[in-house]
Design a protein around this ligand. Sequence first.
Ligand code: PNS
Length: 161
Amino acid sequence: MSKKIAICPGSFDPVTVGHLDIVTRAAKLFDEVVVVVMNNSAKNPLFTADERVAMLKKVTSLMENVSVEKSDGLLADYAKEKNATAVVKGLRAVSDFEYEFQMALTNKKLNPDLDTIFLTTSAENMYLSSSLVRQVGAMGGDISEFVPAEIKEEILERLCK
Ligand code: PNS
């Protein structure tokens, strides 16, 4: 039987413990998971794509079936290239739903073989977002509960420059 491959796409600017929770759970559901750093045209990232890939690689290094890449193309095309059948995303609240639903339907239109699966964010991460991490960190707040410990210092270094 062919391997079941899922894509976890996002801006990951920076990766949070909420993202990591979703990737960890996706890795239990699929044979292979490709985490891909992509462009969100509505966002102006703080970290370069290569920096975000490096941070993701660091925090997923012990996950045997997880790889990390970047792409500046369309998610629907990228999934086809990787033979992926699913996109896995975390859904935090009703406020996420409309935008995520729109993206899922667009991706399905562009690539009919691609389904989007939403995992309910763990309750303790409901409020968490990369933009919140950037705000709290830049103002000297404690981000230790929001980001993986291995990358906390490099995030703070950039935010407090
Ligand atoms: O973490 P984000 O910013 O919510 O992730 C959004 C992302 C990067 C997954 C989305 O913007 C995306 O898929 N970008 C790649 C380009 C693309 O395919 N755009 C059309 C989406 S329907």
